[in-house]
Design a protein around this ligand. Structure first.
Ligand code: TA6
Length: 296
């Protein structure tokens, strides 16, 4: 179905922990590691800077199980399935083995495109033909483009998120700018709708779906002295999550102390931001991450 292509030197495949296939992208400006299971980016290190992404020290690398950390792709539903809670949380894309469709290295950027199409397994969970691609572009930023193409005869509705685990010095040393004035659905209180009147200093536990489509969110880290900028498009929701140490102590692949070193800020389309796609139509969700080392 796809044209054969030659891999650039800056794209390297190897067998990672748990024998899951991993890929390393390098460019003059940084390095990315991803797992072909789930098309999950695990690490993004801009040259000379610490990793922007958190990978749990207790992460398990097991076939068919999402890895705790990095950027899991939640698709075609975010959170619990709306009608059947027995179906896997956050959909099936994060647990599936994706294929490599193309890759490219230019002067400043290295790119790879991964793809997933419907199969007997996916149709047993979601009876819909589809074609899904994730383009990962490493340059002076890390840009992820998640494209859903409805290849079936009927319109579909889906929710999704790029469930990004950001590495932070400590959850009590960060601040998030860009959510003031939005409202959020508080999962810890039955999705009660609340206003976010000021900028957010997260105090875990928190689990919130913000109605928020603007680009340019900033994560300020006073300990690491850096600011991460999160740009996005075609995203109606920003999800902010950290379970807090008490709950994290009971989550085998997180743990109490490790939970203090990440915050999830996820770009997606959830709850009322669900995407409707007519037969033959596509939807393109983009998230771009950049960091500035500076006095936060
Ligand atoms: O994005 C927040 C959330 O939906 C939380 O409710 C929390 O459960 C988290 O995702 C992690 O989900 P997971 O299925 O990866 O354990």
């Amino acid at each position: 179905m796809f044209e054969p292509f030659t891999l650039p030197d800056r794209v390297r495949f190897y067998s990672g922990p748990g024998q899951l296939p991993q890929c390393e992208l390098t460019a003059p400006s940084g390095r990315v590691v991803l797992c072909l299971q789930g098309a999950q980016v695990l690490s993004y290190v801009p040259t000379g800077q610490p990793d922007l992404l958190w990978l749990s020290p207790n992460a398990q690398f097991v076939q068919g199980k999402s890895i705790r950390g990095g950027i899991p792709v939640c698709w075609p539903w975010f959170g619990d399935h709306p009608e059947d809670a027995k179906l896997p949380a956050h959909g099936f894309a994060r647990n599936a083995l994706w294929e490599v469709r193309s890759s490219f290295a230019g002067d400043d950027t290295t790119q790879i495109q991964l793809g997933l199409t419907d199969s007997a397994t996916t149709r047993s969970l979601w009876p819909t033909p589809f074609d899904l691609t994730l383009d990962i572009e490493l340059g002076h930023t890390l840009k992820l483009t998640l494209t859903t193409h409805n290849t079936g005869p009927h319109s579909i509705v889906l929710t999704e998120a790029l469930h990004t685990y950001f590495a932070v010095s400590a959850t009590d040393s960060i601040h998030i700018e860009g959510l003031a004035g939005c409202r959020y659905h508080d999962k810890l209180e039955g999705f009660a709708i609340k206003p976010q009147s000021e900028e957010l200093t997260p105090t875990p536990p928190l689990d919130r779906v913000y109605d928020h489509s603007a680009s340019g969110l900033k994560l300020l880290d006073y300990g690491l002295k850096r600011v991460i900028q999160i740009d996005k498009s075609a995203s109606e929701s920003t999800i902010v999550w950290n379970p807090g140490t008490e709950v994290a102590a009971g989550i085998g692949d997180i743990g109490a102390e490790p939970s203090r070193h990440y915050i999830c800020i996820e770009s997606g389309n959830a709850l009322g931001g669900a995407v409707s796609l007519a037969s033959g139509a596509s939807h393109v969700l983009v998230m771009e991450l950049a960091s500035t080392p500076q006095e936060a």
